[in-house]
Design a protein around this ligand. Structure first.
Ligand SMILES: [Zn+2]
Length: 141
């Protein structure tokens, strides 16, 4: 099941559940997704601000010199170790597996792995709730 935030032609916002993304597209095309307030059929997905904007997708947020960096780095290392020891490594199948978990095609479990920028953008679009695993500068070589 997938939940979408929808908006009708009269600006009524509401949430609706669909079996999957294709089911929404199909029902929306046939005009049978209607507004619960005014029953209008011209319903579309409400625009959600994506966490990663495409224009800035080649930039990363950085910081240097703050006294709490050492603590933050230790916390990030601990988080990374916890995730990598408790979750299943799925390699470059992350997007595929994350989607299965999100749409409840498989039992919920913790996984980690890698995804391309396009796959990440697709996951955000589908509303999959994932988070980046911190990469520590001293582990990149
Ligand atoms: Zn309406």
């Amino acid at each position: 099941m997938i939940q979408y935030s929808l908006i009708c032609g009269n600006d009524h916002k509401f949430d609706a559940w669909f079996r999957n993304a294709e089911a929404y597209d199909e029902q929306q095309k046939r005009g049978i997704v209607t507004c619960p307030v005014c029953t209008a059929g011209d319903v579309r997905k409400a625009i959600m601000a994506p966490a990663v904007s495409r224009a800035n997708s080649d930039k990363v947020a950085l910081s240097i010199g703050h006294p709490e960096h050492a603590q933050l780095r230790a916390a990030m290392r601990a988080l990374r170790e916890k995730v990598t020891s408790e979750a299943d490594y799925v390699g470059d199948k992350f997007a595929e597996e994350a989607r299965k978990i999100h749409f409840k095609d498989v039992e919920a479990r913790g996984i980690y792995g890698e995804a391309t920028r396009d796959e990440v953008a697709g996951l955000i679009e589908d509303g999959v709730d994932f988070m980046p695993l911190p990469n520590l500068p001293d582990e990149q070589n």
